[in-house]
Design a protein around this ligand. Structure first.
Ligand SMILES: Nc1ncnc2c1ncn2[C@@H]1O[C@H](COP(=O)(O)OP(=O)(O)OP(=O)(O)O)[C@@H](O)[C@H]1O
Ligand SMILES: [Mg+2]
Length: 361
């Protein structure tokens, strides 16, 4: 049985139904990342788990213990749920030392002083912050403050911690470092982590499992990072995760052609039968799934090439469209960098097919 279970959770604020029959399960000791656009209901779900928001309907279980059930009228109070939480907006208290920040949940539980001291020392060691025990948050970097917040969450529970957008205000390098640290802490302690974010990159970096929500508060796909990237279930997911290109395909005399505006070029790949014949469709492709191939009949022009260190980012004119192409620096060394203004042939790997979006008139 899954460790955390949300079953058919519905939440409304007045007329605004945010979650409707929402179900999601987390296995023990995994990192589950819940990703979705701003306002889709992620924090609402977290608040339901913590006991801060009461769902209209549904059930919530942690480790087979029912924390909430509308039918059975169970609603375990927040302070007895024992779940560690890191919220972005009040990560640490600025007027308390590292030690007092971390000890706070235990003081609230009226634990003995010796026991508190021992556990604070232990947990600070786990997050590599022992030497800062008497510092105030203002004397720490952003990343170190987040580590203190995680240490405090671990004090409430080392079985389940929830992080709701905990690192959005860190710069990219520190953010990567924090994600690695969260992963290390998870490996060392074996905690189940529920990580909430609208940053797909962070989710891919961290999650064993990713759950993707759409703007209507519905779960649209759940799977590993490879499932989500290589086998996105819908156009929404394909577009939500990273940069995408869409190229229209037209059926002409029962053969598909790339519609490049001025000209049509036969599309060499098999379009799945599941696509409704006659309906306009588009081929979706990611920048790193396009390669240069002089032998390809699909010709295009390089408008701009930008070197980003680990890759080249190209802006390519293909018919009446501009598409993006990424070439790793290793590939560039092997096959050469395409020059701005030059004509190139293109090959598309791993194409995805979707019904064309209706264009705004
Ligand atoms: N206390 C509240 N009263 C009324 N409406 C609320 C309340 N809290 C949240 N909402 C609304 O519920 C919806 C979901 O909010 P929620 O905070 O769960 O989104 P989120 O997915 O966490 O977004 P973000 O990524 O921006 O943090 C939003 O439309 C929000 O305006
Ligand atoms: Mg939120």
């Amino acid at each position: 049985m899954a460790y955390v279970r949300f079953e058919n959770i519905s939440v409304s604020y007045g007329d605004n139904q945010v979650l409707k029959n929402f179900s999601l399960s987390l296995e023990k000791n995994e990192i589950m990342c819940l990703v979705g656009p701003s306002g889709c209901g992620k924090t609402t779900l977290v608040r339901c788990l913590l006991g801060l928001t009461r769902p209209d309907e549904g059930e919530i279980y942690v480790d087979d213990k029912c924390l909430f059930s509308s039918k059975r009228r169970i609603n375990v109070p927040a302070e007895r749920r024992g779940i560690g939480i890191v919220f972005q907006d009040y990560a640490v208290w600025p007027h308390l030392t590292v030690k007092d920040n971390v000890a706070y949940p235990m003081r609230k539980q009226r634990m003995k002083k010796n026991e508190i001291d021992r556990r604070v020392k232990d947990v600070l060691k786990q997050v590599s912050m022992s030497e800062y025990i008497n510092h105030l948050p203002g004397q720490l970097s952003g990343g170190q403050q987040q580590r203190v917040a995680i240490a405090r969450a671990l004090m409430s529970s080392d079985d389940l911690i929830v992080l709701d957008e905990p690192i959005t205000n860190l710069d990219a390098k520190l953010r990567d470092q924090m994600l690695n640290e969260i992963r290390d802490i998870q490996r060392n302690i074996g905690t189940t982590i529920f990580y909430i974010t609208h940053d797909q990159k962070a989710a891919l970096h961290l999650g064993d499992q990713l759950a993707i929500m759409n703007g209507r508060g519905e779960l649209v796909q759940i799977g590993s990072d490879e499932d989500i990237i290589l086998r996105p279930k819908s156009r929404f997911i394909f577009e939500f995760i990273g940069v995408t290109n869409f190229i229209p395909l037209k059926l002409v005399n029962s053969e598909y052609k790339l519609d490049l505006g001025r000209e049509m070029i036969p599309w060499p790949e098999q379009v799945p039968d599941t696509m409704a014949h006659g309906k306009p469709i588009e081929m979706g492709t990611r920048p790193n799934d396009i390669t240069f191939d002089d032998a390809s009949p699909i010709k295009a022009k390089v408008k701009r090439a930008v070197f980003l260190g680990s890759e080249y980012d190209y802006f390519i004119e293909l018919g009446n469209m501009e598409i993006r192409l990424q070439q790793s620096t290793l590939d560039a060394a092997l096959v050469g960098v395409a020059k701005e203004g030059s004509e190139v042939g293109l090959r598309f790997l791993n194409p995805h097919y979707y019904e064309a979006k209706r264009r705004e008139a």
